[in-house]
Design a protein around this ligand. Structure first.
Ligand code: ADP
Ligand code: MG
Length: 232
């Protein structure tokens, strides 16, 4: 278990929180070599403006609350904010939306992050199966998971060869290889992502569930845009 990871997990435990905040989950991902969007927690509107300047426009603002796990559902995500004025408005709108959604929700602030360019979306999941133990899931994002259930599983620890198999065996693999206007995705970076996630799950058996959804994959590299970790 690495430094920040164990600190975050013990803090969550001491506060009886089982679902980690997005910023906490992303720090853990970083510690395991998983690329995530640049981000910083803002506690006030002024802070969100200063951080936006530092990160560079456009930015994304998201609610940070231990009581809100599906941030969009609560009106807690505002994308593509291009100016200070837009950030300021979004900050207040997010707080209002979330208060309306759950008047008792404890709001810790807003996560300011870089707005990444759209590209192919994949998801990586980790879960602890009662029979097989830590298990990894991989698939393309969106309808491929929700409607077509085009996903594949391996019991961890996942080897490089197994990670490569996972990628090539999904039905949507031709999309990753490149198709019409879609450039090819960086397969090597997805292989590393799966292996690093497998390591993360194996070294922290207290993690019951992990969700990297979506991960945006480019011709070179990838970025995790949303991360969720649930403890046992
Ligand atoms: P939740 O899943 O909790 O509702 P997400 O963090 O996944 O919230 O945000 C919802 C959607 O907004 C994502 O699926 C993605 O399409 C988009 N999104 C979120 N963060 C970013 C970002 N940093 N850059 C670009 N798009 C983003
Ligand atoms: Mg999400």
């Amino acid at each position: 278990m690495l430094n920040k990871t164990s600190e975050i997990i013990s803090t969550a435990y001491s506060e009886s929180r089982k679902t980690l905040l997005e910023n906490e989950a992303k720090i853990i991902c970083s510690e395991y070599g998983i690329p995530v969007t640049k981000f910083k927690l803002a506690r006030t509107c002024e802070e969100s403006l200063a951080i936006s300047q530092k990160i560079g426009f456009p930015v994304v603002l998201k609610i940070v609350s231990p009581d809100i796990s599906h941030k969009s559902d609560s009106g807690g995500v505002m994308l593509n904010l291009k100016t200070e004025k837009e950030v300021e408005n979004a900050f207040h709108r997010i707080i209002n939306n979330v208060k309306k959604y759950d008047k008792n929700a404890k709001i810790l602030g807003v996560l300011v992050q870089e707005m990444v360019n759209p590209s192919t979306e994949v998801i990586v999941g980790g879960l602890k199966d009662p029979q097989f133990g830590q298990t990894l899931m991989f698939g393309l994002g969106g309808i491929f998971v929700e409607i077509l259930k085009d996903v594949t599983f391996r019991v961890a620890p996942v080897t490089k060869q197994e990670a490569e198999e996972m990628i090539t065996e999904i039905k949507a693999y031709p999309l990753l290889k490149g198709y019409r206007n879609n450039p090819p995705s960086d397969i090597e970076s997805i292989v590393s992502l799966i292996i690093n996630t497998s390591n993360l799950m194996m070294e922290n058996p207290i993690i019951k569930e992990l969700d990297l959804n979506p991960v945006i994959v480019y011709e070179r590299g990838l970025k995790v845009v949303d991360a969720r970790i649930i403890l046992e």
